[in-house]
Design a protein around this ligand. Structure first.
Ligand SMILES: Nc1nc2c(ncn2[C@@H]2O[C@H](COP(=O)(O)OP(=O)(O)OP(=O)(O)O)[C@@H](O)[C@H]2O)c(=O)[nH]1
Ligand SMILES: [Mg+2]
Length: 214
C-alpha cells in the first residue's frame, strides 16, 4: 500500500483534476476503492497555529476564512507570542489529507478568538476526535478547548506547537502542567512541518479508535 506521507508539499502525482490544479488520489479514480472518510477538528487558543496546521497538511487548496485584525481586537487578543500575525480565522479552516490511500481525513480548524467559540458546536458535529494545539508560552489558552472536549466526550490529543525560540518541554511536563489524563497522547510537534502534522493526526486517529466502543 503506497503512502502519501512525506515532508514535501503534496502534488507529485501525475493525475490531476479537471481544473488541473490538484492531484487526484487513487480513491478518486478507482471505483473499486471505498475510502474511509472521517472528520477531525483542530482547536486551541488564539494564534496557536491551527490555520498553519491545516494549510501545512492539506492536499487540496485549503479553505481559509482569514480576516484582517483591526484595532478592535486590541486588549482582547494577545499578539506577544506572534507579533507578525495580522489575520485571524473568523469561521473555520478546512483541508483534506489522504493517509495510506484509503483513509481520508477532513480537517476542520476552529476560530481561536473567544467571540467565535459559539461555532464550535457546529464544527465538532460528526467528528471522530480533536487535536488541541498548545503553546508552552501560554498554556492556559488551551484550557477552554480541553474543558470543551472533556465535557462533550470527544476523544482528543494534545499537540504542543513548538515555536522557534521558545523553551522546549518534555511531553510529560506538559501533561502534568495541564493535568491531562495518562491515556491521552501528548506530543511536541511543529505545525509548519507536514510530517510532524501527519504524525499528530495518526496519533489522534489511533487514540479515537482506542476510545470508541466496538
Ligand atoms: N515560529 C513559528 N511560527 C508559527 C508556527 N505556527 C504558526 N506560526 C505563526 O504563528 C502565527 C499564528 O498562526 P495561525 O496559524 O494563524 O494561528 P491560528 O491558531 O489559526 O490563529 P487564530 O485562528 O487567529 O486563532 C502565524 O503568524 C504563523 O506564521 C510555528 O510552529 N512556529
Ligand atoms: Mg486560524
Amino acid at each position: 500500500m503506497d503512502s502519501v506521507v512525506s515532508d514535501a508539499a503534496p502534488g507529485v502525482s501525475p493525475l490531476v483534476d479537471v481544473e488541473g490544479d490538484e492531484p487526484l488520489q487513487p480513491w478518486q479514480t478507482d471505483r473499486t476503492r471505498a475510502p474511509v472518510a472521517t472528520k477531525i477538528v483542530v482547536a486551541g487558543g488564539f494564534g496557536v497555529g491551527k490555520t498553519t496546521l491545516v494549510t501545512t497538511v492539506s492536499e487540496i487548496t485549503p479553505l481559509e476564512t482569514e480576516a484582517l485584525m483591526t484595532e478592535a481586537s486590541e486588549g482582547h487578543d494577545d499578539l506577544t507570542a506572534t507579533p507578525d500575525k495580522s489575520t485571524t480565522t473568523v469561521a473555520m479552516d478546512f483541508g483534506r489529507i489522504t493517509l495510506h490511500d484509503d483513509l481520508v481525513l477532513y480537517v476542520f480548524g476552529t476560530p481561536g478568538q473567544q467571540r467565535f467559540w459559539f461555532m464550535w458546536d457546529d464544527l465538532v458535529r460528526g467528528a471522530i476526535g480533536a487535536v488541541v494545539l498548545a503553546d508552552t508560552r501560554r498554556l492556559k489558552d488551551c484550557w477552554p478547548a480541553l474543558d470543551y472536549f472533556e465535557s462533550c466526550g470527544l476523544p482528543y490529543v494534545v499537540a504542543v506547537n513548538h515555536f522557534d525560540g521558545s523553551e522546549r518541554f518534555d511531553p510529560e511536563d506538559v501533561r502534568e502542567a495541564l493535568s491531562v489524563p495518562a491515556h491521552i497522547p501528548v506530543m511536541i510537534m511543529d505545525a509548519r512541518r507536514r510530517i510532524s502534522v501527519i504524525e499528530t493526526l495518526l496519533s489522534l486517529v489511533g487514540h479515537a479508535l482506542d476510545e470508541t466502543p466496538e
